[in-house]
Ligand binder design. Structure first.
Ligand code: NAP
Length: 293
């Protein structure tokens, strides 16, 4: 992994050491799939947890099991993140519980139908959950992490964030947002001891697929990972200091080349004249002259 995308591991250690304990993680979408596995793994690492989702029964069952098996404190916060009052309660927890050291923005849903077969209200709901809730929860916790001297935010993106052609376009666009948001958060917050990680899973065997409209059994098995493997790889990526973790990608050199090409373009993306290929005689000179008059 390139130096640009690798984060400073000493920051993680400083963050952990300064809190004097292993910390507490708030995980959204913890009632099933990837979020429930995160809950398991983080509790086993010694973190206390706040589990957020709509299904109380599932959250309670998971919380009881993990409390029994790990001895950690596991709280349940039942909330529909598409409901403003519920979302505000989760934001409030992030602002007021000063033991929280990690936010896992995992709740989300997708769709497999193309635009013409999709319900616009459902698409808006998807944007609200996959984008707006992620932004609001991040805005709630970052000022607190700054006051506490650090913290970690894991954002569940998707490979469709860089390959939006593969599934429903709105879903891909929400995950492109999550990736772009994560890169920007890293730029702004890394020096302030806030770790950011964007995780880009490929197809993972969870209820996501039936909710999205295609049963996971219909996918070729060679492209589907278990949620256990996915989360274990994502946590290994976090430990290795990755900013972007793509658990399936065999060669990290491929991501590094992609990132290098993007970085190479950055200084040339905003210039005073259109590119020569458009055949426009630049008015820059004229404009500067009229400003001078
Ligand atoms: P999942 O098993 O369907 O889990 C989704 C979680 O989000 C559930 O805990 C669900 O709980 C919660 N949730 C859904 N709507 C919610 C709402 N309005 N408010 C609060 N919580 C809500 O699917 P998953 O695969 O684990 O998905 C987790 C994340 O991974 C998502 O962001 C998804 O986009 C991403 N991802 C998944 C795949 C994949 O192939 N599975 C691939 C790439 C990325 P309740 O129903 O109890 O609220």
């Amino acid at each position: 992994m390139s130096d640009e995308t690798k984060q400073d591991r000493s920051q993680i250690e400083t963050t952990t050491a300064s809190s004097g304990s292993v910390g507490k993680a708030l995980i959204t979408g913890a009632s099933s799939g990837i979020g429930a596995i995160y809950a398991d793994r983080l509790a086993r690492r010694g973190l206390d947890l706040i589990l957020v989702a709509r299904n109380r029964e599932r959250l309670d069952a998971l919380a009881n099991r993990l409390a029994d098996e790990t001895g950690r404190s596991i709280e349940v916060l039942v909330a529909d993140l598409n409901n403003n009052a519920d979302l505000a309660r989760v934001e409030q927890a992030l602002r007021t519980d000063d033991e929280i050291s990690m936010l896992v923005n995992n709740a989300g849903f997708g769709a497999t139908a193309p635009l013409v077969n999709s319900d616009i209200d459902k698409m808006t709901e998807m944007i609200d959950l996959n984008v707006t809730a992620v932004v609001r929860l991040t805005y709630a916790v970052v000022p607190e992490f700054l006051k506490r001297g650090g913290g970690t935010i894991v954002n569940m993106a998707s490979i469709v964030g860089i390959a939006p052609e593969l599934l429903n376009g709105v879903y891909g666009a929400t995950k492109a947002f999550v990736l772009a948001f994560s890169l920007s958060l890293h730029k702004e917050l890394a020096a302030k001891h806030i770790r950011i990680q964007a995780v880009l899973p490929g197809a993972t065997a969870t209820e996501f697929w039936s909710i999205a409209g295609t049963s996971v059994e219909h996918l070729p098995s060679q492209i589907v990972m278990t949620a256990d493997d996915l989360v274990d790889a994502a946590i290994a990526g976090l430990d290795q200091g990755e900013l972007v973790t793509i658990p399936s990608l065999p060669e990290i050199a491929d991501w590094d080349a992609y990132e290098k090409a993007r970085q190479k373009m950055i200084p040339k993306l905003s210039l005073s004249s259109p590119a020569a290929r458009y055949g426009i005689t630049s008015r820059t000179h004229e404009k500067h002259q009229s400003t001078a008059l």
